[in-house]
Design a protein around this ligand. Structure first.
Ligand SMILES: [Zn+2]
Ligand SMILES: [Zn+2]
Length: 260
């Protein structure tokens, strides 16, 4: 399996996973043209993508989905609620490429198995994804206000995971956002903070998980890459866990293609 975080953050999200027989994208939250360019920088031919999975209908996850479907005619999978939520913004798409998934279910596509994991977020029917192939396992869990037991269970088994480290709580609460928005972000259907992320990684390590973590979906307004990284590594050091498998998606090192 190969994994690459093509883009992560409030400006647009897209994760790439390659198995022997598939090349999938999870979310197309930038324009199709931008994603084509970013894939090209990694020597990935956009036309070689075989399927697209969507986590939820917020614009930073679906911006290029409609154009991508019309241009490359690949199936796009999402829950019924996500389809309903994104229908208006993605334009007319070929009906035969529109695939409905159920949150909490597993699906097999030749050499890969993908599972939808319900997330806690203010969208219609949001989910994260776990992909397994050839004995390797990857997960993408962002845009969730809490880490569920199912997510934690998977994070103990993954070889690589994108885990949300959205905001520093002090920066958020002292920052310019209106109070209602601050409350929404901090709520159970908002986003995981740096300390939420740090505690989750430590819990996964305590339970035997040893995979790579990419800290993702950082807020541009309420976070800094170094702060997100330090929050996780400081807590890990306090608990005696090695910190060499932790990366921030905004940095060059995390934009690499990970060979698993
Ligand atoms: Zn998002
Ligand atoms: Zn969202």
């Amino acid at each position: 399996m190969r994994f690459c975080s093509i883009s992560s953050g409030s400006s647009g999200n897209c994760q790439f996973i390659e198995t022997g027989q598939h090349r999938i994208l999870i979310d197309i939250g930038l324009s199709a043209r931008q994603i084509e360019r970013l894939l090209g920088e990694k020597d990935i031919d956009p036309a070689s993508i075989t399927a697209v999975f969507v986590t939820h209908e917020h614009s930073d996850h679906i911006k290029g989905v409609g154009v991508w479907m019309r241009r490359y005619r690949v199936p796009v999978m999402a829950t019924a609620g996500t389809w309903k939520g994104m229908e208006r913004s993605i334009g007319q798409v070929p009906g035969e490429l529109r695939v409905e998934l159920r949150a909490g279910k597993g699906y097999r596509m030749s050499d890969l198995r993908i599972e939808t994991v319900p997330s806690c977020h203010d969208a219609n029917d949001p989910c994260g994804y776990v992909v397994e192939s050839g004995g390797r396992k990857a997960a993408v869990f962002t845009d969730t206000g809490i880490v569920t037991q199912t997510m934690l269970h998977h994070l103990c088994e993954t070889d690589i995971a994108v885990l949300e480290s959205n905001h520093d709580i002090d920066m958020l609460m002292n920052g310019p956002y209106p109070l209602a928005l601050k409350k929404r972000i901090r709520s159970n259907v908002g986003h995981l903070s740096n300390i939420d992320c740090a505690q989750t990684i430590c819990e996964a390590r305590r339970l035997g998980g040893s995979g790579i973590f990419l800290l993702g979906h950082l807020s541009e307004e309420n976070n800094r890459p170094q702060l997100a990284l330090e929050t996780s590594t400081t807590l890990m050091q306090q608990e005696g866990h090695p910190c060499d498998q932790i990366y921030v998606t905004q940095r060059e090192s995390a934009g690499a293609i990970f060979e698993l």
